[in-house]
Design a protein around this ligand. Structure first.
Ligand code: BDR
Ligand code: CA
Length: 308
């Protein structure tokens, strides 16, 4: 089977960085381009980090500048988790790279036209770029095959008790994406909280010896310390799990679901209201990933990181 043509829409971000490391080595994916968005940190930092990551990985694909903030709201960020530059203080190489002269939503439409219905989007940040693309190009839903997101939760949130960070950062954009008509596969906290790597496993990755493997372990250490204060030993691989799901969903359990986003509630805004079995029987606009085979996930990570 030929690899899936994808755009990786992201806000790097420490776990976005790990997603880059894995995406480059996944034979099932042909990553055509990166689109950046403000999220974990400002757009200035997410652009800079995306470019730096590609250079660090010697990966020659374009980066398109996305939205500097949400559609209707004030920007929120997660610098307390990812560090003030989004990369836990790491300053990656920047000898040759620059963002393209086309913005993210125009680029998404252009690639979608070129791929004639085969393009998939993996979105691991707030969904602002995609929403703007859908608002600007009415033909876009017919041109995109599938959207896999890291975001949301059918249950508890992490940014607030109700909302996961990527959805909370731009709830209106997320709802536009869920209502776009393109099937959305929601890799949210239900599943990604189980995609845990322990400190021992991180050390074993580093022991593979490549600079990428050592970076993998070192860049997540601040988050490991952050999580330990919440009583979690290790790091939840949110964005990497979504990328692996997009490549091969065989180690995941997902169910068809109707999903909308709460945009009005005072304490529930950003909640992904997920209909799995209610009497309301919402139209199924996507899938919600509920489980992952953690051991198989960790094995996959080792397999991919051994390629460096
Ligand atoms: C998501 O929010 C960000 O902080 C991470 O990069 C991930 O995409 C987890 O809630
Ligand atoms: Ca992210």
């Amino acid at each position: 089977m030929s690899p899936i043509p994808v755009i990786l829409d992201c806000d790097p971000g420490v776990d976005d960085a790990i997603a880059f490391l894995l995406a480059k080595q996944l034979p099932q994916l042909n990553v055509l381009a990166i689109t950046s968005v403000a999220g974990n940190v400002s757009l200035e930092h997410t652009n800079y980090n995306a470019l730096g990551l590609l250079e660090f990985l010697d990966w020659d694909i374009p980066v398109y500048r996305g939205a500097a903030g949400p559609v209707f709201r004030k920007r929120v960020e997660a610098a307390e988790v990812h560090g003030s530059n989004g990369m836990a203080g790491y300053d990656l190489p920047h000898a040759r790279s620059e963002v393209e002269g086309v913005n993210a939503w125009d680029a998404i439409h252009q690639y979608a036209l070129e791929q004639q219905g085969a393009l998939e989007i993996i979105a691991i940040g707030p969904l602002t770029n995609l929403a703007l693309a859908f608002l600007k190009f009415p033909d876009l839903p017919q041109l995109i095959k599938r959207i896999v997101i890291m975001g949301g939760s059918s249950d508890a949130g992490n940014a607030t008790p109700a909302a996961e960070f990527n959805i909370y950062a731009d709830p209106e954009a997320a709802d536009i994406v869920f209502c776009s008509g393109v099937p959305v596969h929601m890799c949210g906290l239900d599943m990604t909280m189980k995609a845990l790597m322990t400190p021992d496993e991180l050390n074993q990755v580093a022991a593979l010896g490549s600079k990428q493997a050592v970076f993998f372990r070192d860049v997540v250490q601040d988050i490991v310390r952050f999580m330990s204060r919440l009583g979690i030993t290790g790091i939840n691989m949110h964005d990497p799990a979504a990328v692996l799901y997009a490549a091969d969903d065989s180690i995941f359990t997902a169910y068809p679901a109707g999903i909308r986003v709460e945009t009005k509630g005072t304490i529930t805004q950003g909640k992904t209201v997920t209909d799995l079995f209610s009497d309301a029987k919402w139209q199924k606009n996507g899938f919600v990933a509920m489980d992952i085979d953690r051991e198989a996930f960790v094995e996959k990570v080792f397999e991919l990181m051994s390629k460096y």
